[in-house]
Design a protein around this ligand. Structure first.
Ligand code: ADP
Length: 244
């Protein structure tokens, strides 16, 4: 794929809960290679926006991936089109090994495969995910014994083997040690490049270190967007964060 061929275009996205506008006309364009941080105060609509993109809540407007409209599609179809997400609490199968978790994720959208197809189409992706996430030497460990950070990386690996090209990560470094944060940032850089990564995050130091661009949500709308420096210098953002 050439540069900028894979992206997500969000137009006038709206989500309403009982008349309450949780997402109130959001426009966002995500280019291939973006490591976009989505920040904003509690209740700004960050999780709801991710839920709408991934089909978990009904929304109006438009969300297209490489020109294909996603709104109205079922969750699993959106995932199959390469838009994957993680949740704040890692949802790995604790009693299964790292390898088995990746295997299930890889097979989840393919149906039963012949051994030959499995060897040709699935295993290379699993090896790549092990390499990118640094979990190779834990491949035979039960996911349940992994450290908190490693479980998050496994979940990201599970998106990679599903060929997700847009990854939406909900507070991936919450509860992590500073070493784990650093490793997670490097992991996000490694998976960027040909993919698009959106990180919902509260950790401003983490954002400053790794974001290539930032969108600030406030009251369901985009308050500010740009580079880390641009967003930090925006008086509207300072007002929201310092509280007036
Ligand atoms: P953030 O992730 O930025 O903290 P959320 O997307 O979780 O914000 O929530 C945005 C607003 O929508 C909040 O006011 C929240 O209370 C409300 N909200 C979220 N989900 C629901 C729901 N299922 N029903 C009603 N209100 C909701």
């Amino acid at each position: 794929a050439g540069m900028s061929s894979e992206y997500l275009e969000i137009r006038d996205l709206r989500v309403t809960f009982d008349g309450f506008k949780a997402v109130d006309g959001v426009n966002m364009t995500l280019m291939q290679g973006d490591l976009r941080f989505l920040i904003g105060p509690n209740g700004a609509g960050k999780t709801t926006l991710v839920d709408a993109i991934t089909g978990l809540v009904p929304a109006t407007g438009s969300v297209t991936k490489s020109g294909v409209e996603l709104l109205g599609m079922k969750v699993h179809r959106i995932a199959r089109l390469g838009v994957g997400r993680t949740f704040q609490t890692a949802s790995v199968f604790e009693d299964l090994t790292v390898l088995q978790n990746l295997d299930i994720a890889a097979g989840a959208h393919r149906g039963p495969l012949t051994l030959l197809r499995r060897r040709k189409e699935v295993l290379p992706g699993i090896e790549e995910a092990l390499e990118i996430t640094g979990l190779g030497r834990h491949r035979d460990a039960k996911a349940g014994v992994l450290a908190h950070g490693q479980k998050q990386w496994l979940e990201i690996g599970m998106l990679l083997v599903q060929n997700s090209s847009v990854l939406l990560l909900d507070e991936p470094v919450a509860g992590m040690s500073s070493e784990e944060r650093e490793e997670t940032g490097n992991l996000l850089r490694r998976i960027g490049g040909e993919r698009t990564v959106v990180v919902v995050e509260h950790d401003m130091d983490f954002m400053r270190a790794f974001a290539t661009s930032v969108t600030v949500l406030h009251a369901g709308r985009v308050l500010s967007e740009g580079s880390v420096a641009e967003v930090q210098a925006d008086p509207k953002v300072q007002e929201v964060y310092l509280g007036t």
